[in-house]
Design a protein around this ligand. Sequence first.
Ligand code: GLU
Length: 592
Amino acid sequence: MNLKYLLFNNLLSRWLHLLPFTGVLITFLSITAGANELKEQEYNKADSIAFSKNYMVSAANPYAVRAGLEILKQGGTAADAAVAIQLVLNLVEPQSSGIGGGAFLLYYDGLNRELVTYDGRETAPEKTTQKLFINKNGVPLKFINAVVGGRAVGTPGTLALLETIHKHHGKVEWKDLFESSIRLSERGFTVSKRLHDYLRGNYGNYLRTFKTARNFYFPGGQPIKNGDLLKNLSFAKTLKLLSKEGVKVFYEGSVADGIENTVKNSAVNPGLLSKSDLKKYRVIKRPPICHYYRKHKICGMGPPSSGAIAIGQILGMLENFNLSELGPKNTYSWHYISEASKLAFADRNKYVADPDFVKVPTQELLNSHYLKTRAKLISSKRSIFTPAPAGNPKPKISRIYSSDPGESRSGTSHISIIDQYGNAISMTTTIEGPFGSQLMTNGFLLNNELTDFSFAPSRDGRLIANRVEPLKRPRSSMSPTMVFDNDDNLKLVIGSPGGARIIGYVVKTLIAVIDWNLDIQSAINLGHVVNRNGNTEIEFSTDAMKFANRLESLGHKIKIRKLNSGLHGILVTNDTITGGADPRREGVAQGN
Ligand code: GLU
């Protein structure tokens, strides 16, 4: 690593930390350590803290935030705003999310003080077999070889999810929620630096192997540039159809034809997704998974996401340590967080998968006695050797499964909304990797979510819970979260992209707010230290780098790298609503 560069970045980031509320946009270059990341990327430092009395949106792109605010201003609900925001994100941040993907959503009904979760996760096509990701020699495919093309495309759930929340919680007419996205698709939007960087990076190279995407994103052979005006007329056409005819056209009509043909006839890895899979797709309403942490109720998405269970386990173990006394500047805070995280990931990798296919011991995993026993494995003297083995919360189940960490890339976005009626949404939405499967139809990209399954069905003679099965939903790490205070009032709405690191990003933010009393923007800004039961990853170019030597001396295997979260959160205190957006991406928080 270039030392001069490192020092420069360090100085700059320290200086930036002195300016938490200036609202200025400062850009600088940063070098990444991860081989799969962009080599050189602009780092947007736009402290976006926003205060309001009535409503607030925090999301990954200013166009999308604006679309949501327009709806909220007219009296729309959080559900209405989520529809408008997601459609615009599909257009302006196509590498991350869209109607070709899936999502999980927490909906808090402010009037009835009721929280529900909606599972709009992709499903494996009915014709899928356990050999989906096994080559002809019986060996699991290399991850990237499975990503590109039709093979990993799961039945998209995002649109069905949007329709469901609109039906149950919306006020504004469905067709009116399409105004911003149709207008921007037809008249064009300014391409962002982040989209351009992705187009000229590795994933852009995969994308340009497919004709439809190549013609659209690489006119004349060159990637669309930041600052260019980009129109997406075929997406506008799809949006118009959806606005008039509803989501049936996507799940049964002409858009479904386009999806089936694109997947089936993919030049690489033709896939199995068919119109009959699309027609059968259902959103599942599931009870939230809630647990207590220092008198706060933390609620999130249960299986098939591993988010709420892992967060609950980490915080449950950390209840045994006095983090508020230690504070964010003490190495031991990060040591304990990393250790608890290792142990939680060990359980996640073994026990969590689609609950409609495998018995997930959710209650046992979150049981406070069990977590106390697990926390006893954490020592102040020495870090746990990785990979730490899973615990034994329920012997009958522990014997059946073998462990598998899975792998995922970061093509995801998080949306947090509070409306003027006190309703709130926390929605994490994804097409899995950047640009998903790289297949494009009707102006949008299709996901590669099935690569979130474990590629091998078994290991050492034992089944892997997250193995591929027809109509099953792959395990996720997405962690849309809401926190309620002692009086059961909504306090925090948060979530992030980032593959399995999402869990660590969200945990850090929760601790920063609850234990360290930071405001939402400072909590988001705080440098990351994450552990997925392997290396302890420390965020490059942040104050967290100061902990590296001390953690190493405790036995952590340290890796310093860019950790590109996309935390978007809203904090409610007394009568003020405060929004924060991750400076590591292009998002903003805005309210009124
Ligand atoms: N597909 C991943 C999951 O569901 C999310 C990937 C990301 O965060 O970008 O866990």
